[in-house]
Design a protein around this ligand. Structure first.
Ligand SMILES: N[C@@H](CCC(=O)N[C@@H](CS)C(=O)NCC(=O)O)C(=O)O
Length: 230
């Protein structure tokens, strides 16, 4: 099997952290074919990553679906609950991270350029993120893990989500809301020391550095073009 993934993709990072935590060594992690040229829809009609290529002509898109498939396929180092109630608690935190944090942060990423930024869009999306962080404050564990005192899928989704909040929200002129929620802030400081979270964060930071370099290059090119035309 292959996981099509990208360093800076938070949804891919969630599945990568799951793969590391479960100790799965038979899933190759690769860049999606044709992602940059707009041809990836030929592999996956949704044209979003991550995608799990099952190797028999079939593929599974959507990080949540891939994660649950992997949990069913590989029972070792279970990252869901030992019973229905524990699984529900894990999935609640994972969904807060996915729907209310990651999804809004991902769309906020498109507001990075001050010259084309919409104050209304930033207000709407960052308001949802702040609301999500406040809700998380209620659910988050106080022992270094999100739920259940051990690494679970809740951590795998939260790590890339909080990475995005901390690193992207200030770039659109909004204050990082994590420090104002003490339990979330304590969790965030603690989970970064977990080996699987740390490995995933190295990749996310590498992706962010590459993205920033690309943006700087494009800006320099545009400036040079404008100067040449002046
Ligand atoms: N709900 C999807 C979201 C996946 C997603 O939006 N991935 C981004 C990268 S983090 C992507 O592929 N974006 C490409 C695009 O928007 O065209 C999931 O959970 O997998």
């Amino acid at each position: 099997m292959k996981l099509y993934s990208g360093d800076l993709s938070p949804y891919s990072a969630k599945v990568r952290m799951q793969i590391y935590a479960k100790g799965l060594s038979d899933i190759a992690i690769e860049l999606p074919p044709g992602f940059m040229t707009g041809e990836f829809h030929k592999t996956s009609p949704l044209a979003r990553i991550p995608v799990l290529d099952l190797g028999d002509g079939d593929i599974i898109p959507e990080s949540e679906v891939i994660s649950e498939y992997l949990e069913e396929l590989y029972p070792q180092h279970r990252l869901l609950g030992a019973n229905a109630r524990e699984t529900a608690a894990i999935r609640v935190v994972s969904r807060i991270a996915d729907i209310y944090l990651m999804n809004n942060m991902f769309m906020l990423g498109g507001q990075g350029r001050a010259s084309t930024r919409s104050a209304d869009i930033v207000k709407l999306l960052s308001g949802q993120v702040i609301r999500g962080i406040k809700a998380l404050e209620h659910y988050i564990g106080t022992d270094g893990f999100a739920v259940s005192g051990r690494l679970t899928m809740a951590d795998c989704t939260l790590v890339p989500a909080l990475f995005l909040v901390e690193n992207v929200i200030p770039t659109v002129g909004v204050e990082d809301p994590i420090p104002a929620s003490p339990r979330v802030a304590a969790y965030w400081a603690a989970i970064q020391k977990n080996e699987h979270a740390a490995a995933t964060l190295v990749e996310l930071y590498r992706g962010l550095a590459e993205r920033r370099e690309l943006i700087a290059k494009m800006a320099a090119k545009e400036k040079a073009k404008a100067q040449a035309g002046a």
